[in-house]
Every structure is written in C-alpha cells, then in structure tokens.
Design a protein around this ligand. Structure first.
Ligand code: HEM
Length: 367
C-alpha cells in the first residue's frame, strides 16, 4: 500500500477510480485542503437511514456545530485526564492476567477490550451486554467500511438496544453520557431518540476499533524499530511522541470521505458536484513534501503535524481519549514487560477493513 501511495503522489496525486466511482487524493496539500473546506467538500455522503449517517461524523454545518457542542465538553483534555486512574486500573488488570505467562496477543488481551470498556463506561452501557453489542458493532463497522450505507439490521439492533438503556436512565439518571444527552438541548429542544441513537452509535464505533489498532500498530512499529523502542524504554516521557509518530507512520484511519458540493478543481483535476472523494490520510502522512524523511520512523519530529486525527471541523473528537489510552497502555507495557519482542512464529494478518489500518493479532513475548 505504501509504495502505491508513493507512486500515486508522484504520478497521479488526484485520480478518478472507475471501479469505486470516486476520486482518490494522495498529497498532504490536497488532503489538507479538502479537510479544511467543508463547504465544498461535504461529509454528508450518504442520505441513508442508518444512525451513522445522521451522526456528527456525517453532517455538515450549521447542524454539525450544534451537535458537536453537546458532546465536546465530555471530551476536553481536562475532562479526559480525569479518567487516568480508571484507565490505569483497567490496563493493569489486563496485564496482570498475562504477565506470568510471558506472552500475550496485544490485540485480544489488551487493545481490543480497553477502548471498548472505557467508552462503554463513559456512555453508561453495561459491560455484561458486551457479547451482544460487540457482535453487532463488528458487523456495522465491517459493512460501513464499504460505503454503501452499512448494515441496517445491525444498526437497528444496536439502536433499539441504546434506547432501552436510555429508558432506564430517563427513570433513574446516572453520571454518564447517555443521561447527560437525555437532558441536553439544541435550539431549545430536547434531542430525539434518533439523535441519542446516532451519538451512541458513532461514539461506540469511532471510539473502539481505531484505538485498538493504534495500540497494536504502536507495538508493531516499535518492535520493528528496536532502536526507537530502546530510546522510549530508556525514557518513558517519550511515549506521547512515539504515539504521534505511530499515528503518522501507520495511520489507524487510512482515509476520510467527502462529496463535492460544487464543481471544483483539485490538483489540476476537474471534480464534479456530487462526486465521491477519498482523501487518503495515510498517504498525506507519508508525503515527502511535508515530512522530512517521511518513510522513516523517528521520534525526531516537530509535534503533531500529521492529519491522522483529521483536521478542521470534524477533527477527531476522541483524540484526547485515544492519546490517553494509548499512553497508559504503552507506558505500562514498556514498564512491566521486559525484553518485549514480536513472535515470528505466526504470520501477521492485517484487518480486513479498507478504511482502517491494523493487525488482527500482535503476538509478543516478554520476560
Ligand atoms: C473523527 C481518527 C479515536 C470519536 C475522526 C476523524 C479521524 C479520526 C481521521 C475525522 C474524520 C473526518 O474528517 O471525516 C481517529 C483515530 C483514533 C480515533 C486515528 C484513534 C487512534 C477516537 C475515539 C473517539 C473518536 C477514542 C471517541 C470516543 C470521533 C468522532 C469523530 C471522529 C465522534 C467525528 C467528529 C466530527 O465529525 O465532528 N477520528 N479517531 N475517535 N472521531 Fe476519531
């Protein structure tokens, strides 16, 4: 994939893909321009009936701002920092259960359950129901990744479940996001059931799989670059920098999606109103016109220039949470698991989603 990005950036930075009926955009400059201009490049690509289509991820201004304001308070770096003790406790519990064995699968044993537990606790979704919503969430993510409107049955199942929880909270509010959303107002009006369902859906979806891949990709990238691993192990203060570099180098979200609202020229190509566009975040993050030695994994970079969390009005709402979870998970792993190395006995397979980047398993040994 990365050699394809390099080739495309040099030869065809803005290209129409006949098979997918969409424009692929590869350079940092053009990707950045798309993300910065929601008026020309709308996020409302599917007028479908699912809950994701009506979530903040896929709506445009001015409604986007109203809806985003409702939840942004819960995701400020200050509010998120208050979760540190609880996240540390969860991470330690998972590490306790594998530490004696000298091996673990980073995905199954830590990075899959961690973000799921955290976002469920924030929302107020009981973990006892994990088998149910875990199953349907995987289906929604897999189907949604095809950009054909997602699996409606799975979305309905999850949506009905969120409403059951909301009914319980209506009778007996708790200190969680679902209870807060029930009393929130936009333009003097309470949120509809559908709004509540859309929020729960997007937070559960966007909050779980991406962070799982980030932690998995981080361990993979660090074990692949032992000199960087040693550098971080010797100075754990470098963990946040390492996380930013992982997001740049192996971007967990490969591309965003937009639809042109009017005819526009981008990178010398004529894009027509109504056409679908994929700005490739993972390619922009390796653009040699923007990053010196872009193909190098190094901690020696000015902070946070990547577009791994997007840019502009849809900039990732959960970035402070993802950063915190990844920092705690990596710091604890590097502190507690000595001589960490990747198991080469198993062939590592990538996850199937086209839009997300991660590994199905990251088996490691340690002492
Ligand atoms: C938006 C990446 C974790 C919630 C985005 C976007 C990207 C992104 C690229 C912009 C999409 C666009 O412009 O179309 C990531 C990555 C993550 C991560 C790489 C982890 C490594 C999270 C977490 C949450 C979250 C933990 C919530 C708990 C959201 C939401 C949006 C969003 C709600 C839509 C914001 C809006 O449209 O205003 N994310 N994300 N993300 N992310 Fe994340």
């Amino acid at each position: 994939l990365y050699s394809w990005f390099t080739l495309m950036r040099t030869t065809n930075p803005v290209t129409y893909d006949e098979d997918h009926h969409a424009w692929n955009v590869f350079s940092y400059k053009d990707v950045y321009q798309i993300l910065t201009d929601p008026k020309t490049f709308s996020s409302h690509i599917l007028p479908g009936e699912g809950f994701i289509e009506t979530s903040i991820l896929m709506i445009d201004p001015p409604m986007h701002r109203h809806y985003r304001n409702l939840v942004s308070q819960a995701f400020t770096p200050r509010r998120i920092a208050q979760l540190e003790p609880r996240i540390t406790e969860i991470v330690d519990t998972y590490l306790d259960s594998v530490i004696e064995s000298g091996k673990m699968d980073v995905i199954q044993d830590l990075s899959y359950p961690l973000p799921l537990v955290v976002i469920c606790e924030m929302l107020g979704i009981p973990m006892e129901d994990r088998d149910f919503f875990g199953y349907w969430t995987e289906i929604v993510i897999a189907e949604f990744a095809k950009f054909q409107g997602g699996d409606l049955e799975a979305q309905q199942k999850l949506g009905a479940y969120f409403l059951q929880i909301a009914d319980l909270r209506r009778k007996e509010p708790k200190d969680d996001l679902i209870s807060a959303l029930l009393t929130a107002q936009v333009d003097g009006e309470r949120l509809s059931d559908r709004d509540i369902q859309s929020f729960c859906m997007i937070l559960l979806l966007a909050g779980s799989e991406t962070t799982r891949n980030l932690i998995g990709n981080a361990i993979y990238a660090l074990t692949e670059h032992p000199e960087v691993l040693a550098q971080v192990q010797n100075n754990l203060e470098l963990v946040p920098q390492a996380i930013e570099e992982v997001i740049r180098y192996y971007s967990p979200v490969r591309f965003a999606f937009r639809v042109a609202t009017s005819d526009v020229i981008l990178g010398g190509q004529q894009i027509k109103a109504g056409q679908l566009i994929f700005p490739w975040i993972a390619s922009a993050n390796r653009d040699e016109h923007h990053f010196t030695s872009a193909e190098h994994f190094t901690l020696d970079r000015p902070a946070q220039q990547h577009v791994g969390f997007g840019h502009g009005i849809h900039f990732c709402l959960g970035a402070p949470l993802a950063r915190l979870e990844a920092r705690i998970a990596l710091t604890s792993m590097l502190q507690r698991l000595k001589c960490l190395r990747l198991s080469h006995e198993e062939h590592l397979e990538a996850i199937v989603s086209p839009s997300l980047q991660g590994l199905q398993k990251v088996p490691v040994y340690f002492q």
